[in-house]
Ligand binder design. Sequence first.
Ligand code: NAI
Length: 718
Amino acid sequence: MEGKTVCVIGAGTMGSGIAAHLANLGFRVHLLDLTEESVRAGLDRAARAKPPHFFLPETAKRIELGTIAEMGERVRESDWVCEAIVEKLDEKRRLFAALEEHLRADAMVSTNTSGLQISLLAEGRSESFRRRFLGTHFFNPPRYLKLLELIPTPETDPDVVAQVTEFLEDDVARRVVVAKDTPGFIANRFGMWAMIHAIHTAEKLGMSIEQVDAITGSFLGRPRSASFRLNDIVGLDIMQDIAQNLFERCPDDPERAVLKTPHSMAVLLDRGWIGDKAGQGYYRREGKDFLALDLKTLAYRDKQDVKFESLDALAKLPLGERVRAALDLRDEAGEFLREHLVPVLRYADTLKAEISHSVQDFDRVMRWGFAWEMGPFEMIDGIGPEKLGIGDGPFFRGPEMKDFSGVWVSKRLEPKFRRLDNYPLVARHEHFETRDLGDGVIALATTTKMGVYSPPAVREISTYLLEEQRPLVLTSIGKHFSAGFDLKFLLETSQAEGWDEILASLKELQDLGELLSRRKACAAVFGYTLGGGYEMAMACPVVAAHVDAMIALPESRVGLIPGGGGTARMRVRHQTHAKSLVHAARTLILGTMSTSADDARRLGWLRSSDVTVYHPDKLMTRARELALTAEPSPMEWRAIEGPVSGMLDQEFADLRSRDEITDHDLRIGHMIKMVFAKDTQWTLALEHERQEFIDLLKEGLTIARIQHMLDTGKPLRN
Ligand code: NAI
């Protein structure tokens, strides 16, 4: 976001995370705190965060640090002042009073409070300030959680709300839900109540934390952190602060007793075992093992592997149906769901009109802020409202939803955020599906596990593409674009010495790449974008990469070189400079995975003409545009100037001497060199690539690496 300046005040967890996110997007960012030391410490924490807050580590240096006492000039320069200091009404009000005189008349001003009343924060400020003031409630960490609750006060100008929404969605990569200025807004009021309710229920039923986590994770369509892992991640101190604040501010809520600190949580807080920040909470990590808190003895013991066969038997059913069925189970899982989930869904139903503008908004908060697969109202419909005794349901009917007076109205449609599954399905094939993206563009999305390109998948896609000539978006339906080529096939076939079969499968993979490279095609990549999968993406004339895509050709980690055209393509991409080629060879031999699309560009995985998409929900719309304008360019093979062969040898020798690679890696390096420096034309390079791939596959060290990767998911350096 070149040209815009933001001043973030408060450099704690949230302020520094927000500053990092905005700097990533190209804003000029000032970050202020009480002292020079505290602001520096805040930024340093953000720079060390895992997973990383910054797309590129050096972006941290672009954030301009300062103190609140000397904020005048910086506030005057800013288009947006975003406050994120401690959660104290008086401190925040004092700050707004002090900054008002410096605020430009056209600047936006907001607070990141999670629990204070927004209109009280604006009290005493000028009319011009109050018209522009709103809550921008980010979620932690801002880089990774796209939800933003936007909270206007009755005095905020509706035009400001509209403009700010557009700005946050287009320039700040957020999904915005406008919430009411009620305690805790939507996410904390409902979400925190539900989190604490789960603890009370576990204590009441005498169930273990592992049992509860086994029920409330993927079975309910929620993240693996489920209940008690999530408590530790959020921090019991923060949970208690939010819950206490809600308790005090909601005297008329008949359900507020639930917000009282559960016994186990009080004991943990007392001992300072507040979760991950303290190294222990409901769980404690010991080396590789986890200990779990026994809710009865309140002492740690070994973590138990809990499995509910009753739930496993239902796991294949669609989410709503399986939960419906589970509510009838006579075992502990069924009892927990009746005692916990039913009240939680009923609470959402009672609260809905008080805290949200629609059931769609309410659901979105839980989907985007808590990563629930279904929001509470979708879940109520999925289970059946009558089974839960919820008279207002069902809430959705095709493109419509029920408003709070019971009238069917249309859901909010947002064409700029259309995701793959919002486009009409054309056909389901064995390994992929196709969707109609409009304007004659077709999406081909792999449906294989982790987007793996197996030989039959490659064959089926190739056959389809020979028939289908329309502009194309290549993508996947899963959480990842692709984990690569089928390693299991490689292992099993090489054990049976089926070298010809492997050679043929590599030829087919390379041919699919050729096919993609010669048409109007854009690869829309996200998540793991690796190996054979990435070779197909990089063959397309253009790649649209979600910024968090983890891109690499990591074949060296399984003892191979890219054999689907990737080695040869890297050579052609970097052929103009010997130095750039050496850099590419180094990235290949190390198999370095990018931590962001910006990083991938620097590593040489992405071309400068490839496009980074910062908004997770805009990947498909952008890829669709790019497919329409993509122009296949003819492959230009050029001789490389300079003593590249010697330079590569030198680079590999340096890596070996620093022990960054092994002798087997050196051998892989030699194979890369053959394609990079010795070949004289494209088709020869492809042939070499296949042959060298097979040669490496015949080696025990390579097979050991593949076996290890399949067994453990981790690379073996032998
Ligand atoms: P924090 O405690 O990590 O950081 C607060 C920062 O504000 C500190 O660096 C402190 O030095 C500074 N500060 C500036 N002026 C101050 C003053 N006058 N008095 C005291 N400290 C001052 O807090 P955190 O977690 O970053 O929260 C900041 C705001 O964001 C709060 O309003 C909180 O409710 C809200 N929030 C927090 C979330 C979280 O997950 N931690 C999530 C969403 C919102």
